[in-house]
Design a protein around this ligand. Sequence first.
Ligand SMILES: *Cc1c(COP(=O)(O)O)cnc(C)c1O
Length: 459
Amino acid sequence: MQADLKVFQKISQKLIDYEQKEGVTKPIEANQLFETLDLDLDEEGLDEEKFESLLEDVVLSTPRTSTKLFFNQLFGGRSHKGTLGELLAVMLNNSMYTYKVGGPQVGIEKAIIDKVCKMLNFGKNADGTFPPGGSMSNFMAMLMGRDAYNRDIKLEGVSEKMIIYTSDTSHYSITKNAMFGGIGISQIRKIETDKFGKMKPLALQNQIEEDMKHGFQPFFVNATAGTTVLGAFDDIEAIHHITKNYKNLWLHVDGAYCGSVIFSEKYKHLVDGVEHADSFSFNAHKMLNVPLSCSILITKEKHNLKHSFACDADYLYQTDGDEYNLGKTSLQCGRRNDALKFWTLWKSVGTKGLEQMVNQQFDLAETARTYIENHSDYKLYSYEDSISVCFNYKNIDPKDLCNSLYQDGKLMVGYGEFDGETFVRLVTINSTNRDKDILNFFKVMETYVAEKHEDLVTL
Ligand SMILES: *Cc1c(COP(=O)(O)O)cnc(C)c1O
């Protein structure tokens, strides 16, 4: 192991040097990947020297998501303390289902869940778990909603038309989950949004009434805290005002992208009303920059978690009470330790440190929007209180611009679509960035366009 740890150190150091020197890497064309790198597996193993050199090539030709030029997705940057925790979790290699195998790691997971329950004001019966990602957090929430509506479904299966409500700008996992959960895609009602991308509460109300008239069973409303394209926050208070009038209508808040605003005194008002929700989830690997993946799902009544996810397994749960056997409330059986990396970060910077990260992302977004508004070559498509900054530059086709920047290894940024317009979506989620890094993004892009203008497609 010692020798391999040295290899790890050596390659990691090289990666960090390249990140600083080159930014995101120039991509290998997908159809040339297997000719460029020796990825195929053979009967004989490689000798150590060749193995190390190949591993280094693979690492250095992989897209560098931790650099100051990666703005492509809803994660980015490298949290040092989070990475340290992740590396130790790999060394420990526990599984989180029982106290017998997880020991203090179980306490770490519980400490995070307890603290988040308190921050949400979810009351003394709240509990949670670490699902494998935000999509699966939404899935677990939907299953709890389904089973709370009709407690026999886990025995008999779904036999009625049960209806899901979510905005037309919400995450596609809601659709996938309706497929997996036996609900069916046809039972999803995509509720209209306003110009900011927020669900229209009145449209929700009308749709529920319409479905009740047909004898359908409304059981699950998904509100989004940070929509995937515009970063919009649904009005949870207004949505609760409607859902509270219907029996067993579960309200879930999908905060995968921006639910971490709960850590900021300045921005937690964006999820006002969240204390009324039945469940809430967020991805610490998004706004809190913890390494992928780290998702947390909280529910107000822990019996719902137990009802939907506990199954007896005598071979597994041989010691200690259920409170410390976390497998009783998780989706998987064997489960990796996603808690330690979040705990190492949180413990080292405190809640105040997490708050600063969140605030920094909104500050960077403000810097970007101000730059765009002050330069007439740009058109802005997004709004305040969002860390997604959407724009077009000089009428250049955003798809071509993003793809060309990527192909030439300049920077990585994606495009999005809302209300019939397509635009570049700059996500200021890397809280290690400073204002100068955002201004550098524009400079790199403008210099590139000046050089390449002839070749780029215009709108
Ligand atoms: C990212 C995201 C998800 C999915 O989370 P994964 O961890 O990628 O599965 C769900 N909802 C929203 C709003 C998101 O931004």
